[in-house]
Ligand binder design. Structure first.
Ligand code: F6P
Length: 363
């Protein structure tokens, strides 16, 4: 009998995190009478010895539609490579995993549920190898985890991005402008591709297909020649031109974690204005994509994953992650799930759909 389950959220927030927490707490309490401890601020909370708190039914009431995570999260601070600032301002990485494991013992945690993306689940897998009873729950708005068909947060993000495109259309049409929308996704173009199709974009640029400037310009110019004086260009933050590189605000060395993307939208906007002498405006949707209440789809998926994560704890299926496959929620080994990015296939069906209806992907 497991008495103490701890739960943490790691990496960037995503709509649906609270819905997973709610479902896990309800299942643990109502079905199994177990205790659930909420760990604050992801793995950081364990390394720093922050006080967890017990999650009971009142704590999760009203959580279903709340964005973010009531537990707090962090996408810095890998416990195996923990950045520690030195007196001279330099940062060195230290292995703090033992502190974390000791803390779990101190808290008498029988099992740890980690809700996170690839980075947090990789750490979860390492902790499992060192003897921690871990269950993973995949999340990311980027939808770039190959072990699961879709991650919660993605549907909400593309819905938000599609609504933004609907709104940009009005100004584009009224002012005969090129409107560029830069979207998130890191190295994966899912958000840009799917919301671009749904939002009626004319050009969609994704990291999986390095683009030709000439193809981008041709598509916009062809439209102009046909009397369509405006164009909508969706640019994934990780997109880059052939022979060029990705645009980042901060490198991985500077963040002590992952590089921070941003800027390709403005580069594309400037080039369109210069080459086509066209009024161009750029919008960077940014964290709006991660915020707000989860869509119905994400609430359902998050709830299914939260319930099954607790069932897996009870069945002792540690070292596994809940995944959606063939419409069913099933356990898959973390080892198989991590480090296996799901990127857009440049010759896959979704890109073909885009090209079939005249969208340029810049090739
Ligand atoms: O992985 C989710 C994500 O939103 C990416 O799409 C984006 O590049 C990144 O996180 C932004 O991270 P931060 O919140 O640290 O700026």
């Amino acid at each position: 009998m497991l008495h103490n389950i701890a739960i943490l959220t790691g990496g960037g927030d995503a709509p649906g995190l609270n819905a997973v927490i709610r479902a896990a707490v309800k299942t643990a309490k109502v079905q199994y009478g177990a205790h659930i401890l909420g760990i604050p601020d992801g793995y950081d909370g364990l390394v720093n010895g922050s006080d967890p708190w017990e999650l009971d039914l009142p704590e999760v009431a009203g959580l279903l539609y709340r964005g973010g995570t009531i537990l707090g999260t962090s996408n810095r601070g890998d416990p195996f490579n923990y950045p520690v600032e030195q007196p001279d301002g330099t940062v060195i990485k230290e292995d703090k995993s033992e502190i974390l494991i000791e803390r779990l013992k101190e808290l008498r945690v029988d099992a740890l549920i980690v809700i996170g993306g690839d980075g947090s689940l990789t750490i979860a897998n390492e902790l499992f190898k060192r003897g921690t009873n871990v269950i993973g729950v995949p999340k990311t708005i980027d939808n770039d985890l190959s072990a699961t068909e879709v991650t919660f947060g993605f549907d909400t993000a593309i819905t938000t991005a599609t609504e933004a495109l609907d709104k940009l259309h009005t100004t584009a049409e009224s002012h005969h402008r090129a409107m560029v929308l830069e979207l998130m996704g890191r190295d994966a173009g899912w958000i840009a591709l799917e919301s671009g199709i749904a939002g009626g974009a004319d050009v969609i640029l994704i990291p999986e297909i390095p683009f030709k400037w000439s193809s981008v310009m041709k598509r916009i110019d062809d439209r102009r020649k046909k009397g369509r004086k405006f164009s909508i260009i969706v640019v994934a933050e990780g997109a880059f031109p052939e022979g060029g590189g990705q645009v980042v605000q901060q490198t991985a060395d500077e963040t002590h974690g992952l590089a921070r993307f941003g800027g390709i939208g403005h580069a594309v906007g400037l080039e369109i204005a210069k080459q086509l002498k066209m009024e161009t405006r750029v919008t960077v949707l940014g964290h709006i994509q991660r915020g707000g209440k989860p869509s119905t789809f994400d609430r359902l998926l998050a709830t299914r994953l939260g319930v099954e994560a607790v069932n897996m704890v009870v069945r002792g299926e540690f070292g596994h992650m809940v995944a959606l496959r063939g419409g069913k929620v099933i356990p898959v080994p973390l080892e198989e799930a991590v480090g296996n990015q799901k990127l857009v296939d440049p010759n896959g069906q979704m890109v073909m759909v885009a090209e079939s209806i005249g969208i340029s992907v810049g090739r």
